[in-house]
Write a protein that binds this ligand. Structure first.
Ligand SMILES: [Zn+2]
Length: 228
């Protein structure tokens, strides 16, 4: 397939509430002493793994789109990702399908590359100076018989912190013009939903700001993006 260009999409993720992207202990240590967040092992700075952002956008877009087609509605109901492999499916084209899926025509490579989002320069400076402490939030599970609260600490990146996001978006000959719009819809859905863990309890409210495409400002924010 002929590659036409690779767009660079960049901007800021502003935390509106504390962000908890677990370092992996959550699953094995429910109720354990700590629920640490992912950090760069070299400088201990928190970051947003590309896989977290990509996975969240994908799952929200799947919830938005898969119900519209009978052949994908079944997979959605089973909680499975879209693997329809159709050239007209924005999800399979943008996010890719597993290698075992036979695709109609040639979908080509995954269009979207989501890099890790690192602390924005000003926040990284604060962090290096020790002036950006992470937050420990206590969540209580309440014993239904005794009413006694059992606090569970949850580490979060505090609200107000900014990360720099950086995405690559490959365009191949014949790609539909509106493909990139689905990415912005996906980002808007993450704003309306949440990023990371404990979203239903207030964590992970984010805003995407100063969204640039190839160094040109495309959106100051995503308020105007319609998801339906
Ligand atoms: Zn699909």
């Amino acid at each position: 397939m002929e590659l036409i260009t690779i767009h660079k999409i960049s901007g800021v993720i502003l935390l509106q509430s504390g962000l908890h992207i677990g370092a992996g202990k959550d699953a094995v240590e429910i109720g354990g002493l700590d629920n640490p967040i992912v950090k760069n092992p070299l400088n201990n700075a928190p970051y947003i793994p590309g896989s977290s952002l990509k996975g969240k956008m994908r799952s929200l877009l799947e919830a938005r789109l898969m119900g519209e087609r009978p052949e994908t509605r079944k997979s959605l109901e089973k909680g499975k990702p879209c693997q329809c492999g159709k050239a007209g499916c924005p999800i399979c084209v943008i996010f890719g399908v597993s290698g075992s899926v036979s695709t109609e025509g040639n979908l080509g490579p995954t269009r979207l590359l989501v890099r890790d989002s690192l602390l924005a320069p000003e926040d990284l400076e604060l962090f290096k100076k020790g002036e950006l402490p992470m937050e420990i939030k206590y969540e209580n599970s309440i014993d239904r018989r005794t009413g006694v609260a059992n606090p569970r600490p949850l580490e979060r990146v505090p609200a107000g912190v900014k990360f720099a996001f950086n995405l690559g978006f490959r365009v191949y000959k014949g790609d539909k013009e509106d493909l990139l719009d689905w990415l912005f819809k996906g980002m808007r859905m993450v704003e309306l939903d949440a990023l990371g863990g404990s979203g239903s309890r207030g964590c992970g409210e984010v805003r995407f700001l100063d969204i640039h495409v190839d160094e040109q400002l495309r959106y100051e924010n995503l308020d105007g993006i319609k998801i339906f």
